[in-house]
Design a binder for this molecule. Structure first.
Ligand SMILES: C[S@@+](CC[C@H](N)C(=O)[O-])C[C@H]1O[C@@H](n2cnc3c(N)ncnc32)[C@H](O)[C@@H]1O
Length: 206
């Protein structure tokens, strides 16, 4: 594979191509997402505003949250966003780079981001987490999959398209979150193949 000069374009084109290969229109309820969201939703009030960064086709997180909360999903892939609008009509979807999107301060009671931050060049992770802090209301919650160990790289054929990933290690995320002002509630190792990721729940102090 040639050196990657425009990783975001590669990721956008990749998910446009593999949207259906990555995720069908529904997902079995034994997948971890549902248990993670069951830990988050009791901490929210009905109708709360929730942001899903890198929402994909809206399944499962936006779809699961939209009946009870005011969900906004952001994704860089036009195909993913078009599917999300069809699959989860109650939610609002924005096709944008999560590192460039803007919201007024204190817009959301919670932000979720599953397996998406890890596609963003790692130099942009800390600044994005700082923006998430600003977008959260006091007491607001961030639940995100972040890197467990540091790695930046790509594959020529990941589920049918070239793909790029970039992330720091768990300790670095915990340091960044602390420096930004988040209180980390817990972290959990989420295995995948030979490796895995870290799921973190962090709170903006009240
Ligand atoms: C592995 S999928 C995960 C989708 C969904 N969160 C899930 O867990 O099923 C990663 C998603 O992040 C999106 N994504 C990657 N980089 C992004 C960026 N810079 N801004 C917004 N979305 C991005 C991709 O288009 C893709 O839909």
């Amino acid at each position: 594979m040639e050196p990657i000069t425009d990783p975001k374009n590669l990721v956008r084109r990749g998910y446009d191509q593999i949207s259906y290969a990555y995720r069908g229109d529904s997902l079995p309820r034994d997948r971890g997402y549902f248990r993670w969201l069951e830990e988050l939703t009791p901490l929210l009030q009905p109708g709360d505003a929730v942001l899903d960064l890198g929402c994909g086709c809206g399944v499962p997180a936006a779809e699961e949250l939209a009946p009870r909360f005011a969900v906004t999903g952001v994704d860089i892939s036009p195909v993913q966003i078009e599917r999300a609008r069809g699959l989860v009509p109650q939610a609002t979807f924005i096709c944008a780079d999560m590192a460039g999107v803007a919201f007024p301060p204190q817009s959301f009671a919670a932000i979720v981001s599953f397996y998406a931050l890890i596609h963003l060049p790692v130099a942009e992770h800390g600044p994005l987490l700082a923006r998430c802090f600003q977008w959260l209301q006091p007491g607001g919650l961030l639940m995100a999959i972040v890197g467990h160990s540091a790695w930046t790289g790509s594959e020529d054929d990941w589920r049918g398209a070239p793909m790029y990933w970039s992330h720091a290690d768990e300790g670095t995320y915990l340091r960044w979150l602390g420096e930004i002002g988040f209180d980390v509630q817990w972290t959990r190792f989420i295995p995948e193949g030979d490796g895995g990721h870290t799921l973190v729940l962090a709170q903006r102090a009240r």
